[in-house]
Design a protein around this ligand. Sequence first.
Ligand code: SAM
Ligand code: SF4
Length: 329
Amino acid sequence: MEHLVDNFGRTVNYVRISVTDRCDFRCVYCMAEEMEFVPRAQLLTLEELGTIARAFIELGVGKIRITGGEPLVRRNVIKLFHDIGTLPGLRELVLTTNGSQLPHLAPELRAAGVRRINISLDSLDRERFRKITRVGDLNVVLAGIDAALSAGFERVKLNSVILKNRNHDEVTGLVGFAVERGIDISFIEEMPLGVIGDHDRAEAYYSSDQIRADLEQTCSLVPTTENTGGPSRYFRIPGTATRVGFISPHSHNFCESCNRVRLTCEGRLLLCLGQEHSVDLRRVLRAHPGELEPLKQAIRDSMHIKPKGHEFNLSAKPLIFRHMNVTGG
Ligand code: SAM
Ligand code: SF4
């Protein structure tokens, strides 16, 4: 079986596919209040997304995450889950969602072959939840989490972006919520992607170490070497089924072990979250309709421009103008 290896010897076995940059929420760390979205005509079709997934799998990629924007607001997206979920060679099809569509879609997603699901949840307070997402309804997301638990996914994990003075005082409550449900939770340090207009990212920075210290006031966190193929460092809470993860691009850089690339909804293959190196796979796909080999060769070649790492700096002006919803977080 072929493998993708970059110039730094890192094997790329994981692709995150953004199926839309649109979203029904406007989270303050992800988007500006007014956003321009990619015109629908420029989006890859669901068939094209499936073809690119197939090319990656034939190149040894075993894990695909569907993300966005909010992936579940894309029309007929379930078909894509079915198409990718049945491709031979795929080890794992996973999803990141804000949860708003799960009350009606969770069973179909499970049936389509999605095994693990990440749901974003930054606050358990209705007002605050609304403030952070600008428009989201906490009760709908909580119903979505319940629906995911009933649908029988192998693992459900919560993702929480923690901002100082917005929700940093909720970390213990969020972990308690995860423990009660026997699910995992990861805390994410905010990354400087795009101009958001809402807050000063340096002022709102709350480090993973600070969160860990806050949690250790009430529970013990035992480090584990467990890895789910992502950048989280995991800790176990003894006597519970819950793992607490930390995604710490600022305080614990994870670039050295980077194993992933990202595809935007327009077909731009991004080689690094925090750099602009990219390849236009839509152009290759449309220049050679129905052919897989040119696509595979473009992906192989892209490995030579995968950068060593990001250069995030919260105090400087943003270097990366694309927002997280475009990047496929
Ligand atoms: N809409 C889905 C959701 O919110 O889960 C999937 C896409 S969203 C871009 C993926 C993840 O990125 C979410 O957990 C979100 O909280 C996180 N995220 C968005 N903007 C971020 C930023 N600037 N820094 C760190 N994480 C961010
Ligand atoms: Fe939408 Fe997810 Fe971005 Fe929030 S983080 S605005 S839910 S894409």
